[in-house]
Design a protein around this ligand. Structure first.
Ligand code: G4P
Length: 533
């Protein structure tokens, strides 16, 4: 296969949902279709149960599972499908946002009864920001739920994206009969089946075919009326979908294996192959000869005997080869990887070469930060890898002065991994950890002790939000910084951050200082550093 063909057959995407909508079940069914697993139940849900907020074993289990299921690759009908897993728990939302920088499209799972939930909304905001093409799978049609037209309306308004159905459900809940594929004029009949494939597909040239009445009875007429009504909805075009303007919607039941093949077949046909990406030195195209890519996730290895980490590297152009030297622009250093791995369901396999769209796991002894790039000699960084404003703040205090170095190192490495954000406040060098969820504090405390021997405690701080403060002329910000001295801190890249006490204070600051720009997300900033050996 030539490079063009290798690129065109790749589909790299994430399945996202509010917890419990059915992401894990759908992922598993895709893997079954792809032959990557043989039995249902092989993919462990990587979600932390709601009760387990300070159960360390649960956290450890979660970390173990999420390495194993971080990327799941399989071949399907000549396509190479790479599913990038995202943590279900909202406390790890930032991890999900970063994973979205490494995909070319997304499948969003929505529960027919619950509709758009809080997490769905937030995840979609990131997709919109990055113009990621989205397909929507409405799940749990075997249960009673919302009226499909109402749901489409809700999706459109709450997710702020135009939607159009490519299949249409015939009744629902206990009387669910199946779906009608509007695209292919096919009736797909439902029978509950949790183990095998339950699709029973029949093609018709016209919806008026009397055979449909024989099969569906009274539901046939309702289907005809519904289908007629769908004609007022936006017309599907591949271009609008790929531009992130229009989301096609499918209906089914992941648990019952129903509608999954239809979704997967349409997905591989329509979803984009690896797309071009922007760097600080122009655009990188997948077909470019030289290798380039970036690290979007770092995971500390669970094995206490090996203190290495795995950096997840998304290839954007060229071919990645084992044992070849690549350039690490931030460190100005050449690195080579003797045992890069690719992930196949629950297995890791050594990889000889990999193509744009693939994700390679690189064993790392501390060379990588989130956002780092690798190239074949040129120095550039990929744009658009975000850090978001944290919402919970605590001062972190080292309890053992003899372990001060380990404390500093641990804190630096954990925040390089993206577990949380670190801010420093002067005078006194006070270290503040900012997170989006409570769980991260447990993770940090536990891992600092286990991996670095540093015992820490946290002191709650009552800040509401952190925002990065920028100004065109450095002088503009001076007065603000002086005035807000007690609420100012610096992030890891020495950028000034305002820790607002309340919404009122924040709004006031924004109104009082029109020359300043208050930002709630920042790009991961990477500076070329002196080589450190
Ligand atoms: P998540 O990863 O998005 O959090 O959701 P997950 O797939 O774990 O599914 C959440 C629950 O919804 C699971 O039940 C799962 O079996 C169920 N589910 C998924 N798809 C369907 C469907 O099409 N119909 C119905 N009726 N249920 C579905 P659970 O009881 O929480 O877990 P489990 O004990 O079954 O694993």
């Amino acid at each position: 296969m030539n490079p063009q063909q290798e690129i065109e057959r790749r589909r790299t995407f994430a399945i996202i949902s509010h917890p419990d909508a059915g992401k894990t079940t759908l992922t598993e069914k895709f893997l079954l279709f792809g032959g990557a697993i043989q039995t249902a139940g092989a993919v462990k849900s990587n979600k932390i149960r709601k009760s387990a907020t300070s159960d360390f074993m649960e956290i450890e289990k979660q970390r173990g599972i999420s390495v194993a299921t971080s990327v799941m690759g399989f071949d399907y009908k000549g396509f190479r499908v790479n599913i990038l897993d995202t943590p279900g728990h909202k406390d790890f939302a930032e991890d999900t946002y970063r994973t979205l920088t490494a995909v070319d499209s997304v499948i969003l799972v929505v529960d027919i009864a619950r509709g758009v939930e809080e997490q769905t909304d937030k995840l979609m905001a990131v997709c919109r920001m990055r113009q990621i093409p989205v397909m929507i799978f409405v799940n749990k049609l075997d249960r009673d739920g919302k009226d499909p037209f109402d749901l489409l309306d809700e999706l459109e308004h709450k997710l702020k994206i135009r939607v159009t159905p490519l299949s249409w459900p015939i009744s629902g809940g206990a009387t669910f009969k199946g779906v009608y594929n509007l695209h292919r004029s096919e009736l797909n009949l439902f029978s509950p089946n949790k183990t095998g494939i339950s699709d029973d597909v029949r093609s018709y040239t016209s919806l008026q075919d009397p055979a449909i009445d024989t099969i569906l009875g009274r539901a046939a007429e309702a289907l005809r009326q519904d289908v007629e009504l769908t004609s007022v909805l936006p017309k599907f075009t591949k271009e609008a979908y790929r531009a992130g303007d229009l989301a096609p919607v499918f209906f089914g039941s992941a648990l019952n294996n129903f509608g999954i093949r239809e979704l997967l077949d349409t997905f591989v046909e329509l979803a984009p192959s690896p797309v071009s990406r922007t760097t600080n030195r122009g655009t990188v195209h997948p077909i470019d000869k030289n290798l380039s890519g970036f690290v979007f996730k770092i995971h500390a290895n669970l094995d206490p005997n090996h203190r290495d980490r795995i950096a997840f590297f998304r290839i954007c152009s060229g071919v990645f080869k084992k044992n070849q030297f690549y350039f690490h622009p931030r460190l100005h250093k050449k690195l080579r990887f003797s045992s890069p791995v690719m992930f196949q369901a629950n297995e890791r396999n050594l990889v000889e070469e990999a193509w744009p769209g693939d994700v390679v796991g690189l064993y790392d002894t501390g060379h990588f930060k989130i956002g780092d790039s690798l190239t074949e000699g040129t120095s550039f960084f990929f744009k658009g890898i975000p850090t978001f404003s944290p919402e919970i703040f605590r001062a972190v205090e080292n309890q053992d002065p003899f372990r001060a170095k380990q404390f500093e190192k641990g804190l630096r490495q954990l925040t390089d991994e993206g577990v949380a954000q670190l801010f420093t406040q002067q005078p006194g060098n006070r270290k503040i950890i900012g997170t989006v969820g409570e769980l991260q504090f447990d993770v940090i405390q536990f891992r600092l002790l286990q991996e670095y021997g540093a015992k820490v405690t946290f002191r709650p701080l009552s800040y509401l939000k952190a925002c990065w403060v920028e100004s065109e002329h450095p002088g503009d910000a001076e007065e603000f910084f002086r005035f807000k001295r007690d609420q100012m801190a610096f992030d890891k890249d020495d950028r000034p951050v305002y820790l607002a006490d309340s919404l009122w204070m924040l709004e006031r600051a924004i109104a009082d200082y029109p020359k300043l720009n208050f930002r709630f997300s920042a790009e991961v900033m990477l500076k070329e550093e002196e080589a450190v050996d």
